[in-house]
Write a protein that binds this ligand. Structure first.
Ligand SMILES: [Zn+2]
Length: 298
């Protein structure tokens, strides 16, 4: 029996025994390989159909399994043909079944009879399905052939041909003059590159002038944006003009002795307004150089 675990006995010598199986003097396939020198491997073979044993004439059902001697008996083109030799389990008789690659079947070659239960189309008014010889094929149905031809022709005229022409025209347009296409694309790209570089230069200058973060992304300049920004700026200014004096007034009123002069109050209000104005730069600075900030440059 071949080894089934990884136990290496003390006298095991890897130089002498290349494997545990060779140490035990066994084949890796075990007892199934005992006839390998005759070209026979013993496999489990299952009957593909019902048979009658040639020795005891007993009926043996499909699916009964045997320890069959498998050997190669020939080839169909490059596909090997195998024969399975089995011993009847009811008597001492042997029978043999071979593969038939040509018809993708199994055939009983000796020692038994196959019970023929296959559906035979020829027997039932049809044509053989597994007919490999074209000369033996039944006559073609002329009406079916005609119908098929007509359908194919109509399909070709209405669907295939227009589509092919369409594809041909498209291909012609695309591949007509690759040099001109390439030239046009490169020209366009060159011009676009210049515009983009100029815009980047202007944006960087703007950001540097106002000390803004370098990765801020600026919207492209336009009349509509300018109008919107200056309107927003005006709104913000109006709001602060209303807000800041009232705050100053409140502070003046709540000061303890009331000794602060009106000049001091005015100065305080101006300072407060200026500091607030500087802290909120995002609303825009002046109508001429306004660029609203929308996000971070990626
Ligand atoms: Zn038998």
């Amino acid at each position: 029996m071949q080894g089934f675990n990884k136990y290496y006995p003390p006298d095991y010598d890897p130089a002498k025994h290349s494997s545990l199986n060779s140490y035990r003097g066994k084949h890796a396939l075990g007892d199934r390989a005992r006839k390998l020198n005759q070209g026979i491997l013993i496999v489990r073979f299952e009957l593909p159909y019902n048979i009658w044993c040639g020795g005891c004439n007993a009926h043996i059902g499909m699916g009964v399994r045997y320890n069959a001697e498998k050997r190669k008996v020939g080839s169909y083109y490059t596909t090997p043909i195998f024969a399975f030799r089995c011993k009847c389990h009811l008597c001492d008789h042997w029978f043999e079944i071979q593969t038939d690659p040509k018809n993708t079947r199994y055939v009983v070659t000796e020692g038994a009879r196959q019970k023929n239960e296959d559906w035979d189309p020829a027997e039932n008014g049809g044509f053989a399905v597994h007919e490999n010889d074209p000369s033996k094929a039944g006559p073609a149905d002329p009406l079916a052939a005609l119908e098929k031809t007509q359908t194919a022709e109509t399909h070709t005229k209405t669907v295939v041909a227009p589509r092919l022409e369409q594809l041909q025209a498209h291909a012609d347009r695309i591949r007509a003059d690759p040099y001109a296409h390439s030239q046009r694309v490169r020209k366009h790209f060159r011009a676009e590159k210049k515009v983009e570089a100029e815009r980047r230069r202007q944006d960087d200058a703007f950001l540097a002038r106002y000390g803004l973060a370098e990765d801020l992304k600026l919207e492209p300049d336009s009349e509509a944006l300018r109008a919107a920004a200056s309107k927003e700026l005006q709104t913000e200014r109006d709001r602060r003009r209303d807000e800041v004096p009232s705050l100053a007034t409140i502070r003046t009123r709540t000061s303890s002795a009331g000794s602060s002069s009106s000049a001091a109050a005015n100065l305080k209000a101006t300072l407060l307004r200026n500091s607030l104005g500087k802290s909120r730069i995002s609303a825009g600075l002046s109508s001429s150089s306004t660029k609203p900030l929308v996000g971070r440059r990626s």
